[in-house]
Design a protein. Structure first.
Length: 218
């Protein structure tokens, strides 16, 4: 039995707008997903609150913890969902490369399984060295994916006439820290990317701005 999420009307309206182009998008309770429980167990050493505090998107499904949904303000709820929709858009644009690139270079650790085929020769040791890719190495494509999501916060700040300075500092901490497995440890690089607001003219972010204007001008 699925757990109902307390979804604000503005979020429902936004999802209906996005579904005109991507009808499969859905928002569900994270605790209902067995896959999320497995992932949460795997990442628990460096992100113990994965299943209780973090909203996660896989495919066209946005998984949000019910307890998070209950405490989010209407605006913050919408901001979180627009963030997650960016991941869906990225996957639709990039296909299978999206999943591979998001996990790169850590995904290369899977090559260590080839050691099984060289167990009777010294070559198996070389394949086992691929386990080193499990280290928190810089992950450029994961960083770019999350940057696309975090940029939605800047869209909201622009719409409401707020300064984005504090938000940028928080985003930098997230992108350089354990939440995304230390995806991109270069703070000055991230700050430069966040301050470049040319992205506001791209269709995906203009769509969010247009929706905000249409909803809050009613």
């Amino acid at each position: 039995m699925s757990t109902p999420l307390p979804v604000p009307l503005v979020v429902t309206a936004y999802l209906e707008e996005v579904r005109k182009q991507y009808p499969a998008i859905q928002l569900l309770a994270k605790e209902d997903s067995k896959l999320m429980k497995v992932i949460g167990f795997i990442v628990k050493p460096f992100n113990p609150t994965f299943n209780t505090l973090y909203t996660t998107t896989i495919g066209s499904t946005i998984w949000m913890p019910t307890e998070v949904a209950k405490v989010l303000s209407e605006e913050h709820f919408l901001e979180v969902v627009t963030y997650e929709v960016q991941h869906i858009l990225d996957e639709k644009e990039q296909g299978i490369w999206f999943k591979v690139s998001y996990l790169f270079p850590q995904v290369l650790a899977a090559l260590s399984l080839l050691a099984v085929f060289g167990i009777w020769s010294p070559s198996w040791l070389w394949w086992l060295l691929c386990l080193l890719f499990m280290a928190p190495l810089p992950a450029y494509w994961r960083y770019k994916t999350e940057l696309n999501g975090y940029r939605t916060s800047i869209v909201f700040d622009k719409f409401h006439g707020r300064d984005s300075g504090n938000a940028r500092e928080w985003m930098i901490g997230q992108l350089t820290g354990p939440s995304y497995y230390f995806a991109w440890p270069f703070k000055s690089w991230i700050e430069k990317d966040l301050k470049d607001e040319s992205f506001l003219e791209t269709p995906r972010y203009k769509q969010i701005t247009a929706f905000l204007h249409s909803w809050y001008s009613r």
